[in-house]
Design a protein around this ligand. Structure first.
Ligand SMILES: C[S@@+](CC[C@H](N)C(=O)[O-])C[C@H]1O[C@@H](n2cnc3c(N)ncnc32)[C@H](O)[C@@H]1O
Length: 209
């Protein structure tokens, strides 16, 4: 992620909160993970298929999905997501967008051809396992999950109380999927308003049910 997921606002106006994260990322384009997901599901022509953007916050990926013709169920715990998601959206896109504000482990998700969870589920903290179960059960037969889960060395584990997993945990959790690709990455990269170097350790996961 990381370098690309950095804050892009005036450092004076940003802080460590998710609100600052959302403001900083709402105007960005899709990152490499999103393009990877589109390749995985032949997603550049959504053809009205249903996607879920889990932890949508700034709305960049929801907008990218809508512009490719997907229907999108966008959800986040932060109420401010609603305003960020709908600002400036054309009527045709609004028509294909549903928004839910709530917690990953509690929100009732529709069946989806793509569940997209970009650096979001680990922040469910103590509800992490329930959050993952909720996310995976939303994937319809033939559908896909693409997202990132954190490894034990990631700085967010101690800084934010985020949940860590390992390769074995992922393989077990995706046991009823037809295929799962796990790409483990670990590196330092600048992040945040101060562009401080932080340590990233995560698994980029692409799975098909
Ligand atoms: C690191 S941000 C990633 C946002 C976006 N997916 C991206 O990649 O730019 C994590 C997001 O998850 C949301 N979040 C954290 N814990 C949550 C929870 N338990 N339930 C729902 N959303 C949560 C935050 O509000 C935030 O928008």
């Amino acid at each position: 992620m990381t370098d690309e997921l950095r804050f892009q606002t005036d450092p004076e106006s940003a802080d460590d909160s998710w609100a600052a994260f959302a403001a900083a990322t709402s105007g960005r384009g899709p990152l490499e993970y999103f393009h990877s997901a589109m390749d995985f599901v032949d997603g550049n022509n959504g053809r009205g298929r249903q996607a879920i953007d889990l932890g949508c916050r700034g709305g960049a990926d929801t907008r990218a999905l809508l512009s490719r013709g997907w229907r999108v169920f966008a959800m986040d715990a932060e109420p401010g997501a609603r305003r960020l998601l709908t600002a400036g959206l054309p009527p045709d896109s609004l028509h294909r967008l549903d928004i839910a504000i709530g917690a990953f482990h509690e929100v009732e998700l529709p069946g989806a051809d793509l569940v997209y969870a970009q650096f979001s589920l680990p922040f469910a903290g103590e509800y992490f396992e329930r959050a993952v179960v909720n996310a995976l059960k939303a994937v319809v037969p033939g559908g896909a999950f693409v997202g990132q889960l954190l490894g034990i060395n990631d700085g967010w584990i101690t800084e934010e109380g985020a949940a860590a997993v390992d390769q074995r945990w992922i393989e077990q959790s995706f046991a009823d999927f037809a295929s799962v690709e796990i790409d483990e990455r670990e590196h330092d990269a600048p992040y945040g308003p101060e562009r401080e170097t932080r340590h990233f350790h995560f698994f980029h996961i692409q799975a098909r049910r």
